[in-house]
Design a protein around this ligand. Structure first.
Ligand code: ARG
Ligand code: ZN
Length: 485
């Protein structure tokens, strides 16, 4: 059959299915009654010549199956009901997205749990699971540029998943005291909700978390509503700033919400176990100073809030957006201040400017590590940090250079230390004035978005007016110890 006729037939069949499909009850309360719905059911007048499946991955160089093509998510609304006795999650996610080509079907990344039902723009959709992919075929194809709403109801026991990137459980975790928390970098968001799981598709998030009333539930952003119904309480957190999926978190447990002095327009609030709420470590009171230090250096703090949540985490900390997860051990240790500086610096570098590809991870870790050095430099001086960085760089000389990290050891020491050394070498080459202008320019140009190593090099060359190719090749891509300028 002629391809074009075949396509027409498909449209016809899809349109018939759409009109005969079982309408499902609305998942979202619609307040306007007379106005046309904002996400119309694919109208039978729409002619889609060649709808095709969205890609199963975005083509990340290290983790090819992550993310999906064919659509762009604007908003995730996560309605989660979690039961401690069974560690069972009952959930609905409402995904508002726009098709970027005519879509016959599209994929979401999702691992574990049971999918109960999927609808697309209020019609039941068919779906199948294939490893980490949830493949959704709507009743009618979706046209390029069309907004659609996919609703997935799912349930099951919460548990972490394994990642090729590092040997710790990621995604939904639990601690010794029964506290629940999400640490998902790089590919663990798919352990707790169906998602376009790649930092190139940022979205806004709303979380409605229902738990027994003796527990507290937190997530990224601002607590906008607390409502008690019988024995359960629902906490609604709103994250209005764009966020990469690996930075989404929830925390459930015996926590207190502790509000501190604002740092400018930033609400500083922490989610702490009672012992720490009553007696918090001294370094935590530096939060607003640290935020102001980097805001002066780089540009305005990207989000409306910052704080930490302290849990029994399987590694020191994760920079989850506006609410970074810290392990109890690190909070009690002498390096807590340094780690706090690191995770706060990530809010600019990693969270607001996110990696375009996981291969660009040094743009997160090298920057946050160099930020620690800058914080130390303000008290100890440039010579002290210069000597320290040279020593540390030699110590990681045997590791793969940070510009091409191995998929199986994404967070190796070179990504942090030699990543920071790359920025230090850049600073020594172009001088302080140009260096800080590069940082500010890079942040201004890529905030709320994503950037690649090439994007950063281009900015550095443009701002400094110098050819920096050989410096970046030596520090980021050449085996063996690099030599500092
Ligand atoms: N981005 C984190 C940090 O440097 C490291 C996280 C390593 N672990 C992980 N599960 N991603 O603070
Ligand atoms: Zn980091």
């Amino acid at each position: 059959m002629n391809r074009r006729i075949q396509a027409w037939l498909l449209v016809f069949v899809a349109a018939c299915t759409a009109s005969e499909g079982t309408p499902v009850p609305r998942q979202v309360p619609i307040t306007t009654t007379s106005a046309a719905p904002t996400t119309p059911v694919a109208p039978s007048t729409t002619v889609l010549l060649d709808p095709r499946p969205g890609a199963a991955g975005v083509g990340d160089s290290l983790y090819g199956e992550l993310g999906n093509g064919g659509y762009d998510v604007a908003h995730y609304s996560l309605d989660l009901s979690w039961e401690p006795a069974t560690t069972h999650l009952d959930a609905t996610v409402i995904i508002e997205a726009v098709a970027t080509h005519d879509l016959a079907s599209f994929n979401l990344d999702f691992v574990g749990m049971e999918v109960d039902e999927v609808t697309v723009s209020r019609h039941v959709a068919s779906w199948e699971r294939d490893g980490p992919e949830l493949i959704v075929t709507p009743a009618a194809a979706i046209a390029t540029g069309e907004r659609f709403t996919a609703v997935v109801s799912y349930s099951g026991p919460t548990r972490p998943i394994f990642t090729p990137a590092l040997p710790v459980p990621i995604g939904w975790n639990s601690g010794v005291d029964g506290e629940q928390f999400v640490v998902a970098e790089p590919d663990g968001a798919r352990s707790w909700f169906p998602v376009n799981d790649h930092p190139t598709d940022k979205a806004r998030y709303t979380f409605r978390i229902t738990v027994p009333s003796e527990l507290f539930a937190a997530a990224n952003g601002t607590l906008v509503e607390t409502s008690r119904t019988g024995a359960t309480t629902t906490y609604v957190w709103d994250s209005q700033d764009l966020m990469a999926s690996y930075l989404a978190t929830v925390a459930i447990g015996d926590f207190e919400l502790v509000t501190r002095r604002r740092a400018g327009s930033v609400a500083v609030r922490h989610v702490l176990p009672p012992e720490l709420a009553a007696d918090s470590p001294r370094a935590l009171e530096l939060t607003d100073d640290i935020i102001e230090f980097f805001a002066d250096l780089v540009g305005p703090y990207p989000f409306d809030a910052f704080g930490i949540v302290v849990v029994d985490a399987p590694f020191p900390a994760l920079e989850t957006q506006t609410l970074s997860v810290f392990s109890e051990d690190i909070v009690a240790s002498p390096i807590f201040e340094r780690v706090l500086v690191h995770e706060i610096a990530h809010q600019w570098f990693g969270n607001s400017v996110s990696p375009a590809d996981w291969e660009d991870i040094w743009l997160n870790e090298g920057f946050a590590t160099y930020a620690e050095y800058l914080w130390v430099e303000r008290l100890e001086g440039l010579d002290a940090i210069d000597a320290d960085l040279r020593r540390a760089t030699l110590a990681v000389a045997e590791l793969p250079p940070p510009g091409s990290p191995p998929a199986t050891d994404l967070f190796n020491g070179a990504v942090y230390v030699r990543g920071a050394a790359t920025l230090h070498a850049l600073r020594l080459t172009v001088g302080d004035d140009a260096f800080f202008r590069i940082l500010r320019r890079y942040y201004t140009e890529f905030r709320d978005s994503h950037a690649s190593t090439d994007d950063f090099i281009a900015i550095a060359e443009r701002v400094s007016g110098e050819d920096l190719e050989s410096l970046f090749v030596e520090f980021l891509f050449t085996e063996g110890a690099p030599s500092f300028p």
